[in-house]
Design a protein around this ligand. Structure first.
Ligand code: OOG
Ligand code: MG
Length: 255
């Protein structure tokens, strides 16, 4: 096995069996290119097991997230079918290492998107938009990592839930949102936190995916990134995002 496939197996096994691993690049020797190669190899293992590729997630597209995790480069990860959580359903806490949740906005595409697009061109390819929650679950001990390490770990992606779809003609530049746990608001933010406008996150997703040789496809989902810091979740909780004009999306946390 190459070094890449060894790390890919390590991270894939950690995600499958919900156990943590030690950081392996504390001296920052791993290039970003190598980190994305590990990510690709770990997702290839999921695809071999029968999962389908369903889209892309963006990371560190808001200042709130950059500050919380101490990293400042926009990153991306690959979404697969097994990561999707049905709206309102329950997730098993035991299947995660140390999950957190964050409010996002999701896009679904009606057209393929090449890498070099303007905001209006990207918008023209959007079928619908929806409020969403991402469940992130770093496989690294204590949820601590370097930039290459989190990229290799598929940008901590673990699960996502999407609320009702709406027409992209709704102005989504600056929609107020809250993250609520058991009916209590724990974070307040706006979709404007995402690079100033969530469409910029979609434009970045198109560019980065095309650069990786996997341009965005019709039918794919794009998760634009956490608009507020992420919150830890615990068994017994109900977690939801409430978004102005677009409504809500939620999940409950089982044992
Ligand atoms: C990395 C993933 C970042 C986002 O929305 O910014 C991310 C992490 O915070 O563990 O998903
Ligand atoms: Mg996220």
């Amino acid at each position: 096995m190459t070094v890449h496939s060894e790390y890919a197996k390590l991270l894939d096994d950690a995600a499958r069996h919900a156990h943590e691993v030690a950081q392996f690049d504390t001296d920052n020797a791993l290039s970003l290119e190598a980190a994305y190669a590990i990510q690709a190899a770990s997702i290839a293992r999921r695809i071999e097991r029968g999962e389908r590729r369903v889209g892309v997630k963006m990371g560190f597209t808001s200042r709130a997230k950059m500050v919380q995790m101490g990293l400042s480069d926009v990153i991306w990860g690959r979404l697969t079918s097994a990561m999707q959580i049905e709206e309102g359903s329950s997730i098993a806490f035991s299947r995660y290492v140390h999950p957190r949740v964050e409010p996002e906005i999701a896009f679904v595409l009606k057209r393929d998107l090449p890498g070099d697009v303007t905001g209006p061109q990207a918008l023209a390819a959007v079928e619908a938009i929806a409020p969403a929650l991402e469940v992130i679950d770093s496989r690294y001990k204590d949820f601590k990592f370097t930039l290459p390490e989190v990229i290799a770990d598929n940008a901590s992606s673990s699960g996502f839930v999407i609320g009702a779809w709406h027409s992209p003609s709704t102005d989504f530049a600056n929609l107020g949102l809250t993250l609520d746990i058991d009916g209590r608001t724990v974070q307040v933010g706006s979709t404007a936190a995402l690079l100033g406008h969530p469409l910029r996150s979609l434009v970045a997703a198109a560019r980065l995916s095309a650069q990786a040789g996997e341009p965005l496809k019709a039918g794919w989902l794009v998760m634009a990134g956490g608009a507020t810091p992420a919150e830890w979740i615990k068994p017994g909780q109900y977690v939801s995002v409430q978004m102005e004009k677009l409504g809500s999306a939620g999940l409950s946390v089982g044992g």
